[in-house]
Write a protein that binds this ligand. Structure first.
Ligand SMILES: [Mg+2]
Length: 437
């Protein structure tokens, strides 16, 4: 255990609900639930008043309604939550040199070495008050020796709390807690541990390391370390958070706008699928185009946190329209999604309908089994051919796809590689340009 580290974990209390209460103070003190208002929806966030009835995040809305019939269901608005999230990040970034945005409402701050200049607890406490004052949203924090312990400390002092557990106190603090308080212990692991008679963190911490590995593999080792207050993962600076991107170089330079738009849609679809499988959300999209004379231009837009195609495709098309100002052939087009944060349940809030959300889940499942190109949106496939009256005379996207494939197979491998959409992670377009050779 690195006993000299000073890590703060800051976490908004019932974030989405708090934003709703700020908008509509009449809801204060009432059991409020964001999400889960339709039959198949899931609770995204719930007020502490609702939690008293046993309601919790990720619970089916129907069950929440049974447990707490008087609960007020609010649909939720991701735009508002994203704005509030950026505001909080902004306040933190102005005051600390090294922080990580871990999710839409959580930040880790590495204060190691700073305690020589001012007390970390005093600093964190003042920062918390500033955030409350400037955003009007409640927040809690834990201060301890690493990310895992600090997060557990925050969870223990929520809501509206702050607490410091300095090094000598880490084990005594963790020991009496229930094992499910350790981040990363899901239902399945919890069940297994219960069957072994392991209920308290102390019991888990005292199991021989080798035995934990035998029973639960690497995951077992991970939770054993956490139970012992060990976590070596660093605070990853916000600017260096991963981004994902993809680009296409055309075999022959092109000016076909509808083709470009279809390619953009296809690239965004692939990227959002990747986002969802990594359980991430993005808040920034960048489109790059390169003209045939190698002049390269880029446009960026901030967006509400999302992992769904529809909004991102529209944004990508907007940016492309702004970028493509010269009537000149294009040789490359690229899309990048950045400002990534962890978050998954939140994507459920974004869909306009349950049907759309279900559709994405179903499409992802098919892609998981049969590959990323097994399902595509119709807009990415060739448009149907029409006669002069606008009547469709030929529309067989599947056939077209097969024909293209055969064509592709007859091309030399190098040519195929050239046109393939490349996905690169944790890289910027500068590197991409190099990749492009
Ligand atoms: Mg929170």
């Amino acid at each position: 255990m690195d006993k000299d580290k000073q890590i703060i974990h800051m976490d908004q209390d019932a974030f989405f609900v708090s934003v709703e209460l700020k908008k509509n103070p009449k809801l204060i003190g009432k059991p409020v639930i964001v999400g889960g208002n339709s039959d198949r929806g899931v609770v995204t966030s719930c007020s502490y008043e609702a939690r008293k009835f046993g309601v919790h995040a990720a619970m089916p809305g129907r069950m929440a309604k049974q447990l707490c019939p008087q609960a007020i269901f609010v649909r939720g608005n991701m735009d508002d939550y994203s704005k509030a999230s950026h505001e909080i990040t902004e306040i933190i970034s102005e005051r600390v040199p090294l922080f990580e945005k871990a999710s839409i409402d959580e930040h880790y701050i590495d204060m190691t070495g700073m305690d020589k200049f001012f007390g970390c607890m005093k600093f964190a406490s003042e920062l918390r008050q500033t955030i409350i004052k400037e955003t009007g949203l409640p927040i809690s924090f834990g201060l301890s020796v690493n990310k895992t312990v600090s997060k557990i400390v925050t969870n223990e002092c929520k809501p509206n709390g702050e607490m410091e557990i300095p090094f000598p106190g880490v084990r005594p603090f963790l020991n009496p807690l229930a094992v499910h308080k350790i981040p990363g212990i899901g239902d399945a692991t919890h069940k297994k541990l219960s069957e072994m008679g392991v209920r308290k963190v102390q019991t888990l911490a005292e199991i021989p390391q080798e035995l934990m590995f035998k029973i639960l593999g690497h995951h077992g080792l991970g939770i054993w370390q956490k139970a012992n207050g060990i976590d070596l993962s660093p605070v990853v600076p916000y600017r260096e958070r991963k981004s994902i991107g993809t680009q296409t170089t055309f075999e022959s330079d092109s000016m076909d706008i509808s083709k470009m738009k279809a390619i953009l849609s296809g690239m965004v679809t692939n990227l959002t699928y990747e986002l969802r499988s990594q359980q991430k959300l993005t808040a920034c999209i960048t489109v790059t185009i390169r003209y045939s004379n190698f002049e390269t231009v880029t446009q960026q837009a901030r967006i509400p946190y999302t992992a769904l195609d529809s909004l991102l495709i529209n944004k990508a098309h907007d940016l492309f329209k702004k970028l493509y100002s010269k009537r000149m052939l294009l040789r490359l087009i690229g899309v990048r999604l950045s400002h990534l944060v962890s978050g998954f349940e939140q994507i459920g809030l974004y869909h306009t309908s349950e049907e759309e959300y279900d559709l994405y889940q179903a499409m992802d499942k098919v892609r998981d089994h049969y590959g990323i190109e097994s399902v595509v949106k119709a807009c990415i496939v060739k448009r149907p051919e029409r006669d002069e009256q606008g009547k469709i005379i030929k529309y067989n996207p599947r056939k077209k796809h097969l024909e293209e494939k055969q064509e592709e197979e007859t091309q030399p491998v190098d040519e195929r590689k050239k046109s393939r959409i490349r996905t690169f992670i944790n890289s910027d377009l500068g590197t991409a340009t190099k990749l492009d050779g």
